[in-house]
Structures are given as structure tokens and as C-alpha cells.
Design a protein around this ligand. Structure first.
Ligand SMILES: NC(=O)c1ccc[n+]([C@@H]2O[C@H](COP(=O)([O-])OP(=O)(O)OC[C@H]3O[C@@H](n4cnc5c(N)ncnc54)[C@H](OP(=O)(O)O)[C@@H]3O)[C@@H](O)[C@H]2O)c1
Length: 344
């Protein structure tokens, strides 16, 4: 029998700063792994969908990976996905099962540990792609930051950056569903139009707005009660100057700093506002909320709202693993809208 060949995406070398280039990756053809080499409690999987996420930028810097371990040079890129099990040495999963949660190699077939995986299935309400879309990790991140930690109250004002992204689009909709006024910030006029369709009351383009502090004040003269921060850096500093007393700041990500060398990262100037305005700052990592009651509540609320058309979720799909490097680079330089995924 001839060996099956598969496509796999490799990181050539670590990239400490700057926007990665296609030449930083290799798309290679290798022999497929087979069921015969499975060790105990392992799965041979075929990824159907893989996602491109900003946290992956920190994993290819070579500095320890921020909060998810580094991808090694000359090793496969790994990320979130939805896969079908082809062979299993685990008593929890069988061939034909669909699984998600945890990291998967960017390869048409791979062997992964069974530990920590979650079985998912298509229903009349959700399709497989929804497990990497509306019910996926960024969507749950939006739920934890906005609902669990943000303590939102009807009539309050919420500011969110990267509002047209995988997390941001859900923050806008969850806040609107709870009766908040939403100020959305994104990096292109098309993204601004998109977030308005989601219900944002005011939206502006941070690349053309001029002074951040003034732009936030113009959008929310009454001040901000909750800042869902996806970008960090200078914008976070400007947001602190617009917070209402007893406001909540939810640092979720620092997209403005990910391509910057460690020595050049933005240094905060307005941190004293945390004291003056009696702010609460709650950082979080979504992985600590799997599985919790919050996860169950998230699935129940979002799948119901989604099934009856009360929320939408934009997926930005690229077809073919060979297009993976370009698809990922787009996320790092802001050229994707919604959640960027690869249909393998
Ligand atoms: N804490 C957690 O557990 C957790 C979990 C998931 C994600 N996150 C973080 O949440 C944030 C949003 O994630 P996501 O998956 O929804 O990503 P995303 O918003 O879909 O994609 C990243 C976006 O960052 C923006 N960006 C890039 N460079 C920027 C810069 N210099 N200044 C400002 N914005 C810039 C771009 O949008 P624009 O065109 O609008 O600039 C880009 O589209 C990320 O920082 C991510 O690391 C945290």
C-alpha cells in the first residue's frame, strides 16, 4: 500500500518582532501518521477547521509564549480547531467522533493526546463550524469578560477595542442584549460599518480618529463604565482618562503590542487614574473557565440567541491549509474581519 501524503505548516524560525512574512513558514508534504503508532490515550485526528488567533503571535516570538507555550522553530504550528477522530486508543473517543478544545497541529492529519478534548456534535441548532465560531473560544472569552467579570448594568456605557474581531463582535452583542450603550473601536471604515450592524451605538476608526483620549470623550461624553480592552498600550492609557468613577477595566489582550520588540513596548502614563477614579481592573485567561458553570451558561444563552437569530457571528473563512500562513499573517496586521478560520 502506498503511504498517504499530507500537507503540514512549519514555523521556520522564531520572529521576535515585526509582522511575520510568508517566508517565515514552510508548507511541506510529509507522510501521514497512522493508527499503528498510537500510544495509550492518543487520537489520530483529521482537522476540519483550524483557527488563526492573535495569541499565536506571542507563541512564535521565542520568548516563552506569554501564557501559552512557544511553538518551537522547525515544528508544526498548533492552534484551536474542530477535528474528526480517525483512530483512537482512548476509551472516551471513537472513530467518527468530532472533537474540539486544546491545540492541534496545522497538518491534514496528526496524533494528539486524548486528555482535555471535548466531544461535539451537529444538531439542528448548531453546525460543526459553530464550535470554532459562535460557540468557540473567543466567543466564550467575550462572555467571561463582559458578563462574568464586567458586572454590566442596563444603561451603562461599555467601550470595546478590536470590536470587529472574533472576541469583539460578541462583546458588542452581549452588551447590547443587556441594555448597555456600546462604543466600538476598530481599524478600518469597513469594520466600523460592520460593528454598527451588530448594534454598536457609536463606532470610530482608531487609525483616523486623531487623539485617542479626545475621540473616546467625543463618543462617550458621560464616561465609560466598562472598558473591554483587546489592544492595551496607548489606547488603554487614553481609556483610563475617560473612565467613570468605580468603572471596570477588563484587560483581555494587548494586540497593539504583539508585533513589537519587548524593549519598545508602550509604558503606561495614566495608571494613577486607577486610584483617582477607584477603578477595578480584572485580567483573565479564558482557559481557566473551562469547564465551569459560566461555560454551561454561555453555551445555553448563546446557542439560544443564535438559533433564534438574535445574535450573529462573522467567520472569515480561508480554504486550504496551504493558505494558512497568509491567513494567519492577516490576523496579525488587521486584515481579517470576525474570526479567521481555515477550512482544511
Ligand atoms: N484573555 C484571554 O483569555 C483571551 C482569549 C482570546 C483572545 N484574547 C485576546 O483578545 C484580543 C482579541 O482577540 P481576537 O481573537 O478577537 O482577535 P481579532 O480582534 O479577531 O484580531 C486581532 C485584531 O487586533 C487588531 N490590531 C492589530 N494590530 C493592532 C494595533 N497595533 N493596535 C490596535 N489593534 C490592533 C486588528 O483589528 P483592527 O483592524 O481593529 O486594528 C486585528 O484584526 C487579542 O488581543 C487576543 O490576544 C484573550
Amino acid at each position: 500500500m502506498t503511504a498517504e501524503n499530507i500537507t503540514r505548516v512549519i514555523l521556520n524560525n522564531h520572529i521576535p518582532s515585526g509582522i511575520p512574512k510568508p517566508s517565515d513558514f514552510t508548507v511541506e508534504t510529509v507522510s501521514a501518521p497512522t493508527a499503528e503508532i498510537l500510544k495509550d490515550n492518543e487520537l489520530l485526528v483529521r482537522p476540519l477547521y483550524l483557527s488563526c488567533d492573535p495569541y499565536m503571535r506571542n507563541r512564535i516570538k521565542g520568548n516563552g509564549g506569554f501564557y501559552v507555550p512557544d511553538i518551537q522553530a522547525k515544528a508544526a504550528i498548533t492552534g484551536h480547531g474542530v477535528c474528526v477522530v480517525e483512530a483512537s486508543s482512548s476509551n472516551k473517543f471513537a472513530p467518527g467522533d468530532h472533537i474540539t478544545t486544546g491545540l492541534f497541529d496545522w497538518a491534514q492529519k496528526a496524533i494528539v493526546p486524548a486528555e482535555g478534548r471535548r466531544k461535539v456534535s451537529e444538531t439542528d441548532r448548531v453546525s460543526l463550524v459553530d464550535y470554532i465560531g459562535v460557540l468557540g473560544m473567543p466567543s466564550f472569552t467575550a462572555y467571561v469578560g463582559t458578563v462574568v467579570l464586567g458586572n454590566p448594568k442596563k444603561g451603562e456605557t461599555l467601550l470595546v477595542t478590536s470590536a470587529a474581531g472574533a472576541v469583539g463582535q460578541m462583546v458588542v452583542q452581549l452588551a447590547k442584549a443587556r441594555g448597555l450603550r456600546v462604543v466600538a473601536v476598530a481599524g478600518s471604515d469597513d469594520k466600523i460599518e460592520f460593528v454598527k450592524t451588530l448594534g454598536a451605538d457609536v463606532a470610530f476608526n482608531y487609525k483616523t480618529c486623531g487623539n485617542f483620549e479626545h475621540a473616546i470623550h467625543q463618543a462617550a461624553p458621560e464616561g465609560i463604565d466598562i472598558y473591554f480592552d483587546n489592544v492595551g498600550g496607548e489606547f488603554l492609557d487614553a481609556a483610563l482618562m475617560n473612565m467613570r468613577h468605580h468603572g471596570r477595566v477588563i484587560p483581555c489582550g494587548m494586540a497593539s503590542q504583539y508585533n513589537i520588540a519587548a524593549d519598545d513596548e508602550y509604558r503606561m502614563e495614566n495608571f494613577s487614574q486607577v486610584i483617582i477614579r477607584k477603578l477595578t481592573i480584572i485580567g483573565f485567561l479564558v482557559m481557566e473557565y473551562y469547564p465551569t458553570a459560566s461555560f454551561t451558561e454561555f453555551i445555553a444563552e448563546v446557542s439560544t440567541l443564535y438559533a433564534c437569530g438574535k445574535i450573529t457571528y462573522k467567520i472569515d473563512e480561508i480554504v486550504g491549509l496551504e493558505n494558512g500562513p497568509a491567513a494567519l499573517i492577516d490576523v496579525f496586521d488587521g486584515n481579517s474581519v470576525g474570526r479567521r478560520i481555515i477550512r482544511v
